[in-house]
Structure formats: structure tokens, C-alpha cells
Design a protein around this ligand. Sequence first.
Ligand code: AMP
Ligand code: MN
Ligand code: MN
Ligand code: MN
Length: 279
Amino acid sequence: MSASGENFDLHCHSSASDGVLTPAELVRRAADRGVPMLALTDHDELGALAEARGRAAALGVRLVDGVEISVTWRTTTVHVVGLGIDPANGTLRRGLEKVRGSRAARAARIAEGLAAAGIPDSLAGAYAQARNPRLIGRTHFARFLVERGHARDVKSVFDRYLVAGRPGHVPHRWAELADAVGWIRAAGGRAVVAHPGRYKIHRGAMRELLAEFRAAGGEGIEVVTGSHRRDQYGEFAALARELDLLASRGSDFHAPGEGADLGALPPLPGGLRPVWHDW
Ligand code: AMP
Ligand code: MN
Ligand code: MN
Ligand code: MN
């Protein structure tokens, strides 16, 4: 690893959202893979943090309490990671409860779209994949469709069925950007824009998003993430330097064999202030 840090992994998911490993299994895997500091960042959910904390203490992994909040900015879904949050904070807990509350109705509509495209029973199928039913989401549909042979992997299911213009896509409004950042700050955490390279917005809009994010109290962006292509590391490193944003690094690990593994990414490029600089 470079001078900018050890093999820290500040973004991953457990079975409390759309990951497949339990919190204890996830922390064990991080320890086995040489990750000394891990942030567990389940989507809109804090329920796995207590179990992860107990396991991390036993294995000598530094656990950072985290969350990944679903946001709608203009018409684009944007994810905001909160790091070092207090999971007992009422403002954050109430905000997340509201975000989660809309998932069940959305899932029913996804299933209707898929049924109309000739795929029956996907609602029950998706719930069977979800260990935490209140976090039902597209990944659970995707794993069900793979199991049924409709596509060869989760990524292909998204491309064919779940993104805009496809039968299982439903428009949805998540939290407001300023609200999500506010909840994270109320809980004592640091807000980071997750995988900025994934959003289908132009350069100018990206700057407007980051300006609004900062005005709301946001501090960082992910530069090295399993959701970026390698050529995007340099692009977002340059943006972080230019806009004086803290830089984060995380695999966005969900499941063995699905995307990047824990601690498997290159270090942050030089000349950046890591989000963990004062931890
Ligand atoms: P949801 O919050 O239900 O909309 O689900 C979002 C999750 O779906 C993300 O966190 C990823 O885990 C997964 N996802 C989104 N887009 C893709 C994609 N193109 N390929 C694979 N997984 C994806
Ligand atoms: Mn996910
Ligand atoms: Mn995300
Ligand atoms: Mn994620």
C-alpha cells in the first residue's frame, strides 16, 4: 500500500441489505484478506453493525460504523455513504426508516413489470433471496432471475431487466441529498459521495451535484471503488484534488464472485487527503 494508507476498505454490504454474507462472515473475510479497517455500509440500514462490531473486536479489525443512503438528486439516483456515524442517533434512524418504508411497494411494482414481460412469481422469489425483508431491492430480484436461468449473472440481469427502459424498472424517489447529508452529520459521521463515476450525468452536472453536496456539509468522494473502472480512478482523484474533497476507497463488496472482493483494490493515488486522515 502507498503512503496514503494501508488496505482500508470503507464500503461493503452484509445480508442486512443486498450482500450475501452475514455481518460476522463479512468481518471474518476482511480479517482473512488483510483488511485492518473495514466500514460496513449497508443500504439504508444499521441493523448489522452491532454483530459486526462484536466480531471485529475479536479479530482485531477496526470497524467503522457506516451506511449507504439512497438519494434522488434531480432525476438521478445517487448513493451517499456515511462513515463514523453513531448507529443510535435518532435523526439518522428516523430518516432511514422513512427511506426503507418505500421499498416494499416498489418491489411489488418491479414484480408487476417482470410479470408483464413473462416472468411470474418474482416478488416471492426476490423475498426468498432477502434475509432482511425490509431492505428488499433490485439485487434480490437479480439473484432470483439468475437462479431461474433468465440471465447468466447479476450484471446481465440489470442490463436486461432492471435499468431504465427495461420491464422491471420503476421510477422511484429516495431521500433528498441535503437531508441524507444532514442525517449523517447529525449522527456525527462524515458524508462521502459513493462511486461518482457510475452516475449517468455530464461533467457540469457532476460539479453541480458536488457543490450542493458540499453546501449541505458533505466532505468526500469515493475515488478507488469496485464500482469504478480503472481509468476513472485518475479522473476522480483529479476532481477530489481540484475541489479539495476527501478521498475514500472501498470495494463495494456484495458477494464472493460478484464484483470486487474485500481489500482487493489498488491504493489511493497520491496527492489526496484520505477520508481517514484524522482517524
Ligand atoms: P436498489 O437500492 O434496490 O435500487 O439496488 C441498488 C443495488 O443494485 C446497488 O447497490 C448494487 O448492489 C446493485 N446494482 C445496481 N446497478 C447494478 C448493475 N448495473 N450491475 C450489478 N449490480 C447493480
Ligand atoms: Mn447494493
Ligand atoms: Mn451504491
Ligand atoms: Mn454499495
